[in-house]
Structures are given as C-alpha cells and as structure tokens.
Design a binder for this molecule. Sequence first.
Ligand code: GLU
Length: 350
Amino acid sequence: MTIITRFAPSPTGQLHIGGARTALFNYLYSKNQKGKFLLRIENTDKERSKKEYEIQIVDSLKWLGINFDEKIIYQSDNIKEHKSVVDELLKKNLAYKCYCTNEELETKREEYKKKNINYLYDGKCRNLKEEKNIPFVLRFKVEKDKKILLRDGVQGDVEIDTNTIEDFVLIRSDGSPTYNLSASVDDHLMNVSHVIRGDDHKINAIKQILIFKYMNWKIPKYFHIPLIHSEDGKKLSKRDNASTTEDYKKIGILPIALRNYLLRLGWSYKDKEIFNNEESIKLFNLKNIGKSPSKLDFERIKSLNEYYIKNLDENILIENLNTYLDIYFKEIKKDDKDIIYKNISILKNK
Ligand code: GLU
C-alpha cells in the first residue's frame, strides 16, 4: 500500500504554526514511508477564502522546506464529485431534504440552551413524505442506536454512540457542499491513507467515517494531534503574536530553527533535540506523537535559532540573512550589507 498523506488548509488566514506542524508531520511521515504528500487547498468558502492567503501558505511551506508532491489540489474543482456522492446517498435513503429555516433552528437551539441540554438537530424533516417548493439543505441520515469506532492512532480507540451525532448538513441551501462532505470525498478521491491533523477535528472524523462507511470506501487511518497552547496554557490565538509562521519569520527566526522546534512540539525521539532534514525523515514515526497539548516555549525557539545562527554554514546563513533583509529592510544599502556579510564570522556569535 502506498502511504498518502495530505495537508488541507483553508486559505482564510496566514499559515498558523499549528498548521505548519501538521504539514510537517504529514510530510515527514510520507517521506519516511516513501509515500506521497499532497497539498489540498480547501477553498469552498468563497467569501472567506483569499488568493493572498493561499500564496502565503504555499510560500511558508516552501520556506520551511516542506515540499509537496504533484500539483496543488483545489477543493473547489471537485464540487461536482461532492454533489454526486450526495445524489448517491439520497438514492440509498441515507440523506434527506430538510426545510427547517435558520430562525426555526435558532429558536430550538435557544430553548435547549435554556434547559442546559446539548443541542442536536431533532430530525423533524427526516421522514417527510412530500416534497416542498421552498429552500432546503441536504442532511445525512445518521443511523440510530449504533456504535461507531474511531481508531485514533494518537488518542487510542474511541467508541461513539450514533445517537449523539445529529443528522449533519451535507449541502447548504445555496447548493454548496459542507466541509465534512468535501473533505471525505476528496480524501477518498486522493486515496489518502493517513489523515494526520489537529485534535479539533476529532468530532468531524466520526461524521467523515460515516460517509466513508455508507459509501463502502476504504476508511483512512486517523491521527489527531493535540493542539498547541500558548505559554500561559491557553489556546493559541492570533493575538499571541506568535501564532503564524509569518510572526516568526519577521523577527528573524531561521526556517530550519522553526522546523526543528515544530518537530519537537508534541513529538519526541529519545532525548534528541537537534535534527537535520535527513534525520527528521529517517527517524519520524507516528507512535511517538504525544497525547497531551504542547505548550509554546519562546525561550526554546530563540535558543534553537541561536544554535543555528552559530552553527550553520556561513554561506547559507548569509543567504538567509540576505532574503530577510530584502523583505524587511528594503532600504538597506548594498555597501552596508556587504560589511555585515564580510564580518559574519564575528557577528553571528553576538
Ligand atoms: N480545512 C480544514 C482546516 O484547515 C482541514 C481539516 C482537515 O485536515 O481535514 O482545519
């Protein structure tokens, strides 16, 4: 079996360091297994997806030396396939039209909230016989009273009662496919063997497994990596100023230092701290991914950066510095640059 992994960012913002770590783990695992690493841009949310973010994400991956195989796959190119899967589900009576309006659902959600009950769609339209001539969404008909097993390679086996999963939406009322539908269909079309991604997608995995199961497709192996928390233990947010790869790039962190840092964030190999690219490919495995969230450690990234500044081949260091100055110090004169480069052996130790 060929190992195929993928990184599937939505181009709705700059590459987050959690995303960069996910991409790195997917890349390293596929290379370790002599498989393929694919990049899929999940751009079906037309309003929030921006070309500039896609470019930033691709550039950041390149900057970090995370190279993908083949051409970029755009989720929006597969919309026809996403919809045809729903046609099949409809034929098998595994999907149905739901005419409930947003207002109606919102009122119910509020009622549940007041009673302190977890809201799930109540299945009002599940067994409707007649068609109506008003807008509708298409929902997956989740089979009741079943247990679904998520074999998570990081967290272990989790058994979920299908009565706790609502009939989730597959196609919105404007005809657009939802993330769970598109992601499962694309993972199937791309023959993805291993889905390695953030912990926040664990609940989605159950819905995606349901689609795989009822379409009789081979279910990929899932690995949900615990999220990265900020230094004070909270969920990392954009306001932390250390949440995107750009935040690190602009303060002069070398890509090799950031990559090494991300590798050790939630993964370990004995007590080895520094890995060059070949070593990281050779030694990476999925079984050493930790089960608990990792915490950002800014001192650690700075000390790794210092290590690489002092130890990198000077020509490579100058190349990195030159790129950095060209982006962030455009007005610097060539003569001044040359003075810095000439004295790099002394300067790098400061
Ligand atoms: N577009 C989703 C995200 O960026 C992808 C999740 C997945 O890997 O399935 O979170």
